[in-house]
Design a protein around this ligand. Structure first.
Ligand code: IPM
Ligand code: MG
Length: 358
């Protein structure tokens, strides 16, 4: 049996962090004869430079054929001034949308070894294990109409549309509850239903979905309060389910609880469990090419890929265990460096994890 994996480096630190995750996958592939086959494609800025488009047709074709996609990051100052219709980020949004990757899972887990690296007190974050389930192909990111128009008085106005259909809310709700049933059985749905009708409907649908999960507990929170509770008492959360934009914001916030955004992996899944796996952090152009980036979020994303799309949960466990052992030994990239630890670069961190697995 073979598994086709499409690798997309992207921009900034993308190539460096992907190289380390690829290294780790190659080791487990060899060790367990997993039958992983790798192919490559372009997305984002690198694709604009090569083809003029952020999401070339060839990348679409290859992603449809693949069993899973491992992706780095997109964007950078080089492309900040180009037409917004072909910005690098459009490539990422297009691949999510074209493949129907509506369920974005962003786990925020604190490795006990990193409790001191968090900007919050160790007792507030120790043992933290939150799963953010972010809707990824709808909401204000995709709603029509959108644009910048000129009013009669000549003033310009920017506008976007925040929409969710019942079916979109139901299916992401179901993912959140299915996930919760495998862990703490608690779902907190985050909305702004005191102001926005679209999230009034969101709240109502979540109640309905919850009826199918009598053993799970559903609570609701306004997004402003959720942002506050995440730093006040983050361990009250098990699964958080929310829309595209709130999920974007809250997942960055949750990542810092774990010490560094450089530790956070993610999975974006379609209805059948096929997925794209990427670190939650971006392309970090300021440190690109300097061997400074933390590859662990990407390595952990590769582990999620094995677990969710390829049904190789035990190998995923093994990779996560290897990451934990490397942290036990005191090795840290600069973003998670604390007193008494040994600083290593991107390459060395990848080698250390690969070495544990050999
Ligand atoms: C993310 C990123 C993207 C998003 C950007 C790069 C389009 O911030 O994956 O969280 O907003 O979804
Ligand atoms: Mg984001």
């Amino acid at each position: 049996m073979t598994h086709k994996i499409l690798i997309i480096n992207g921009d900034g630190i993308g190539p460096e962090i992907i190289a380390e995750a690829h290294k780790v996958l190659a080791v487990v592939n060899e060790k367990h004869q997993l039958g992983l086959e790798f192919d490559h494609a372009l997305l984002g800025g690198e694709a604009i430079d090569a083809t003029g488009k952020p999401f070339p047709d060839e990348t679409l074709a290859k992603s449809k054929e693949a069993d899973a996609i491992l992706f780095g990051a997109v964007g950078g100052p080089k492309w900040d001034k180009i037409d917004s219709a072909i910005r690098p980020e459009k490539g990422l949004l297009a691949i999510r949308s074209n493949l129907g990757l509506f369920a974005n899972l962003r786990p925020a887990i604190l490795y006990p070894q990193l409790a001191d690296a968090s900007s919050l007190k160790p007792e507030v974050v120790s043992g933290l294990d939150i799963l953010i389930v972010r809707e990824l192909t709808g909401g204000i990111y995709f709603g029509q109409p959108r644009g910048i128009r000129t009013l009669e008085n000549g003033e310009r106005e920017g506008f976007n549309t925040y929409v969710y259909r019942e079916s979109e809310i139901n299916r992401i709700g179901k993912v959140a509850f299915d996930m919760a049933m495998k862990r703490g059985k608690k779902v907190c749905s985050v909305d702004k239903s005191n102001v926005l009708e679209v999230t009034e409907l969101w709240r109502e649908r979540m109640e309905e979905v919850a009826n199918d999960y009598p053993e799970a507990e559903l609570s609701h929170m306004y997004v402003d309060n959720a942002a506050m509770q995440l730093v006040r008492e983050p361990k009250q959360f098990d699964v958080i389910v929310t829309g595209n934009m709130f999920g974007d914001i809250l997942s960055d916030q949750a990542s810092m609880l774990t010490g560094s955004i450089g530790m956070l992996p993610s999975a974006s899944l379609d209805e059948s469990g096929k997925g794209l796996y990427e670190p939650c952090h971006g392309s970090a152009p300021d440190i690109a090419g300097q061997n400074k980036a933390n590859p662990l979020a990407t390595i952990l994303s590769a582990a999620m890929m094995l677990r969710y799309s390829l049904n190789l949960g035990e190998v995923a466990d093994e990779i996560e265990q290897a990451v934990s052992l490397v942290l036990d030994e005191g090795y840290r990239t600069v973003d998670i460096l604390t007193d008494g630890c040994r600083e290593v670069g991107t390459l060395e961190m990848g080698d250390l994890v690969a070495g544990q697995l050999k």
